[in-house]
Design a protein around this ligand. Structure first.
Ligand SMILES: Nc1ncnc2c1ncn2[C@@H]1O[C@H](COP(=O)(O)OP(=O)(O)O)[C@@H](O)[C@H]1O
Ligand SMILES: [Mg+2]
Length: 455
């Protein structure tokens, strides 16, 4: 057992006073790196005994309601279990010496515990006791207590040391509480910021979608009305050309009339594409095997365009319900675009595949597909590709990057219109210099459907 603290401290000379100051200094420096309240209490209890030479040290923490103290750390002969309290004492504010200190917020020194009405005897009865409060932000956070087996073990010097330790501990407690509060505030801020960012990007995406669908709807309505009017005019023009052709025998005039007839047929084709974009084409859907159609198209294409068309046809391809003439039209529009994008040569590929759907993210995607079974028809090239800025515009009617007389800007808008009208859609992936890949998604015909006889 250590010598009685009082006599040793009272007899201290200047050298031991300096030693004590150094110890308190080290104590203050150590406190800085302590990360949590629990470690703090155990460090203080252990070092009050170890470095400051007290026989024991017990720390009690006050509860939130400021009504009870609970033993949280104890060091010395009374606690043989190291950093572990088996059965922590709970003392109401006002009860016993520690409870009095918590209630009145003043230190207490008891010179002789025998006969003291406030003394709550412990497993090892003591004769004198010192107890100081821990006060932080106007609240009692707990008390630090030490007992001694001798009478009158504690005096002014011990009170001074204990009060210094208590003040340092309280300051550290305040710092830890503030750190915890600012960490909580930071976490709240991070959560709020994440929510805000998410909301903003969701709102922006929704706005873009809304804008896109309004634009498509407006252009579609306008194009549809214009195409109908123009179609009527073309019918009159073409009818009159036919009548004139019947009445004319002059070869020169017949040539001129033929040119006029060709021009009006081209006009009629443009009108059909515009109506297709406006989803007002009369489609005649059949149960189709796209593999058969793609094979025949590939052969025709190789013949008429003198370019190889690589075909990748899936086995056991599901049947689809689609208008075969419209599908051929779309394949032709996509193939022509692909070939035009590869002026220096390159391979055009057409592929078929069964596909269960939701589309992968990150694709430019004109409309959403309902989940389900689709047959995917892909037309891809190794051409110049499409830049990021133009990608959202390529389905707009009359959008073209080709010269006057070379492009009408109606190919892709026609494809989009027909695909939507058929309950499917089109998706595109493209990188400048890496080629483009257009995917047509046709809803699969119900299981057990029979192919139409002519397809
Ligand atoms: N395979 C492709 N590779 C590169 N650009 C393409 C491709 N397909 C379409 N485009 C771009 O989309 C635009 C619109 O195509 P489209 O609607 O077919 O009209 P057009 O071919 O008459 O210009 C094209 O002018 C071109 O800029
Ligand atoms: Mg085109």
């Amino acid at each position: 057992m250590l010598k009685p603290v009082s006599s040793s401290l009272r007899r201290r000379n200047r050298a031991s006073e300096a030693q004590m100051l150094r110890t308190l200094n080290t104590f203050a420096v150590d406190l800085m790196s302590i990360p949590c309240v629990e470690d703090l209490f155990w460090y203080v209890a252990q070092n009050v005994v170890g470095k400051l030479g007290f026989v024991d040290c017990v720390i009690y923490q006050a509860d939130e309601a400021q009504s009870e103290l609970k033993q949280v750390a104890a060091w010395g002969e009374k606690n043989p279990y190291g950093r572990n309290i088996i059965n922590p004492l709970v003392i109401p504010f006002g009860s016993g010496i520690t409870g009095q200190v918590a209630l009145n917020r003043h230190p207490i020194i008891v010179d002789d515990l025998v006969g003291d009405e406030n003394y709550i005897p412990d497993t090892e009865p003591a004769r004198s006791e010192i107890c100081v409060p821990l006060i932080c932000g106007g609240r009692v956070m707990g008390v630090i207590d030490s007992e001694h087996p001798d009478v009158e073990a504690f005096g002014e010097p011990e009170l001074e040391i204990f009060s210094t330790v208590a003040a340092m501990t309280s300051a550290k407690l305040e710092l830890l509480a503030e750190t915890e509060r600012s960490q909580a505030r930071y976490k709240d801020l991070v959560v709020a910021h994440t929510q805000l960012t998410q909301e903003t990007s969701t709102r922006k995406a929704l706005e873009a979608k809304l804008y896109e669908s309004r634009k498509q709807e407006a252009i579609g309505r306008l194009t549809g009305r214009f195409a109908h009017e123009f179609n009527n005019l073309l019918t009159v023009i073409s009818g009159n050309i036919d009548l004139l052709t019947l009445d004319t025998s002059d070869a020169g005039s017949l040539d001129t009339l033929q040119d006029a007839k060709t021009a009006s047929s081209r006009g009629a084709q443009l009108i059909r594409d515009m109506l297709a974009f406006a989803q007002r084409t009369r489609l005649t859907p059949e149960i189709l095997d796209l593999n058969g159609l793609v094979s025949a198209f590939g052969e025709d294409c190789e013949h008429s365009l003198s370019r190889p068309v690589e075909r990748h046809l899936a086995n056991d391809l599901w049947l689809v319900t689609a208008d075969p003439a419209a599908v051929e039209n779309m394949l032709l529009a996509l193939a022509l675009n692909g070939i035009e994008a590869m002026p220096d040569g390159g391979t055009l590929k057409v592929a078929t595949e069964n596909s269960f759907h939701t589309l992968p993210e990150g694709q430019h995607f004109p409309s959403e597909l309902l989940p389900g079974r689709y047959v995917k028809l892909t037309v891809s090239d190794q051409g110049m590709g499409i830049c990021r800025e133009q990608l959202p515009q390529i389905f707009d009617p009359f959008f073209t990057t080709k010269g006057v007389g070379e492009g009408t800007g109606l190919g892709l808008s026609m494809v989009l219109g027909v695909m939507r009208q058929s309950g499917g859609t089109i998706a595109v992936q493209s990188e400048v210099g890496q080629g483009s890949r257009f995917e047509l998604y046709f809803p699969a015909a119900p299981y057990g459907s029979e192919r139409s006889p002519e397809s």
